[in-house]
Design a protein around this ligand. Structure first.
Ligand code: 4AD
Ligand code: MG
Length: 468
């Protein structure tokens, strides 16, 4: 084979100067044709689109061409020319083809188009080769990149917080344990409990549910930081919106109050959605046409709207009125109850018809670190609620007052020995500060139009499922 540098399919398809010899490599989506000429649709993952390779059968060995089935990996050299056929602007007239890896048509699982998403989950090792997952994975990359760019452009610093921790940042007790002790023969203390002083870290440790507490330490030193990493929750929620391992972005800012925090959250989400509209056009068009034909208009409308900002108490009033007018919720609402996604979606999709930021939740249903309001009942929390998703962001202004924070920690029975370092920030140079957490996969659900969170992460971790 002639030794030419590989051109990506994306670059080949947008090449201006035609009539040049190029080399493309990728996976065969289909091969069809007649006894004189074959057409191979080749995809290399650089774009959702395929390039057509025209094969003049007289020039090639018959067994070589027969080995090029759907799923096979090939390298093709040829002249890039203006296409005669419909559906593509350029094509390659092959002069040389190498087969890197065959795919047996009787065994390769991705033969026909239109497999269900449920089936594709059972072959998560191969599903990136479908148009849908190629699009999702490319968009995942572009969103991750845009997140770093957004914060870097605003002088935020990327802080790496630990994944193994001995504190429960959300206080919800949904943590996976980390240990090197032998479960069957764990050493015991005199009172019969497991002796973690003999464990790897000399104490009991778990996988983190959030980097926030360490993020606060960063903000109270270098001003404004963000984290972006995996978080883990051992909650038994088997829903289309929950994962046991998900990625979270957590900005934390000194000198921000709750209003500054809301402004940042709204700017951030709009920036990311606009970035997707500007940089992922082919993938968005594909996802729009195949899975959700309102996707692009929904993204455009969220970028154009101001988010509604209302208190939890006002939100409950709206929901109670709706209930009184005959709207049926599976879980009835009243002041003090946590909102279910059906309630969040009612507020966003039926009532306000745009994203909603709900603030000032009852302190009993929110975490210990949130700033307490003067009413003694509510805290300065903010949840951003999105169409189709419900909660996409959770955050708050933080309690900066040492005594109030310590009293709350004591009331909730959070072991002080785990929290001394966190409280120290309120003893030494405490400052007003705020932050929030964006669930990366919830963002991806929104921008891709996928319905199930298992379809926006390469290898989902959910209850009873850790395959691949
Ligand atoms: O509301 P959460 O629990 O807030 C925190 O963890 C705070 N420490 C954030 C902060 O203030 N720095 O989680 C934040 C977001 C949610 O709004 C949701 O988007 C996502 O994380 N999330 C999940 N995503 C997928 N699967 C799960 N099990 C999730 N739990 C939360
Ligand atoms: Mg939350």
């Amino acid at each position: 084979m002639e030794n030419i540098r590989r051109t990506s399919v994306a670059d080949a398809l947008s090449a201006k100067g035609e009539n040049q010899v190029i080399n493309v490599k990728g996976w065969v989506r289909s091969r069809r044709g007649n006894k004189n000429v074959n057409f191979i649709a080749l995809n290399d993952g650089s774009t959702v689109n395929t390039i057509q390779i025209v094969v003049d059968l007289a020039r090639f060995d018959e067994t070589l061409i027969k080995s090029i089935a759907t799923g096979a990996c090939i390298s093709a050299v040829g002249n890039l020319v203006e296409s005669q056929g419909k559906g593509q602007s350029v094509e390659i007239q092959a002069t040389d083809i190498t087969v890197y890896g065959e795919a047996d048509p009787l065994e390769y699982p991705l033969q026909k188009k239109g497999h269900t998403l449920e089936y594709l989950r059972t072959i998560a090792h191969l599903r990136p080769r479908t148009n849908t997952f190629g699009a999702v994975l490319r968009m995942r990359h572009h969103m991750a990149f845009a997140i770093h760019k957004f914060f870097n452009d605003r002088r935020f610093f990327y802080l790496h917080t630990p994944l193994i921790t001995s504190s429960d940042a959300e206080g919800a007790g949904q943590m996976f344990q980390v240990t090197t002790l032998d479960l069957a023969n764990a050493p015991k203390t005199d009172d019969g409990k497991i002796d973690y002083s003999q464990d790897f870290f000399g104490k009991s440790t778990r996988l983190t549910v959030s980097g926030q507490l360490e993020g606060e330490l960063g903000a109270l030193a270098i001003g404004q930081i963000y984290t972006f990493g995996p978080t883990f929750r051992a909650e038994e929620s088997n829903t289309p919106r929950h994962l046991a391992e998900f990625w979270m972005i957590e900005p934390e800012m000194a000198f921000y109050d709750i209003n500054d925090n809301m402004d940042l959250a709204e700017d951030f989400l709009k920036y990311l959605i606009r970035y997707a509209l500007d940089n992922c056009q082919d993938d968005l068009r594909f996802l729009n046409d195949h899975w959700d034909n309102e996707l692009i208009t929904r993204l455009q409308s969220v970028v154009a709207e101001n988010f509604a900002r209302v208190t939890y108490t006002e939100g409950i009033k709206i929901l109670e009125e709706a209930q009184a007018n005959g709207v049926k919720f599976e879980f009835p609402v009243s002041w003090g109850t946590d909102l279910q996604s059906e309630h969040e979606r009612f507020l966003v999709e039926q009532h306000f018809r745009r994203p909603v930021i709900l603030t000032d939740y009852p302190k009993e249903i929110k975490a210990f670190y949130m700033k307490q309001n003067d009413d003694g009942k509510t805290v300065r929390a903010m949840d951003v609620l999105f169409p189709r998703i419900g909660e996409i962001i959770g955050g708050s202004e933080r309690e900066a007052d040492y005594d109030k924070l310590k009293t709350r920690i004591d009331q909730l029975g959070i072991p002080m020995k785990d929290m001394w370092w966190y409280l120290d920030t309120r003893r030494f140079g405490s400052a007003p500060h705020s932050g929030f957490g964006l669930g990366f996969e919830r963002l991806l659900l929104f921008v891709t139009g996928m319905q199930n969170i298992r379809d926006v992460i390469p290898f989902p971790r959910t209850p009873k499922n850790a395959e691949f």
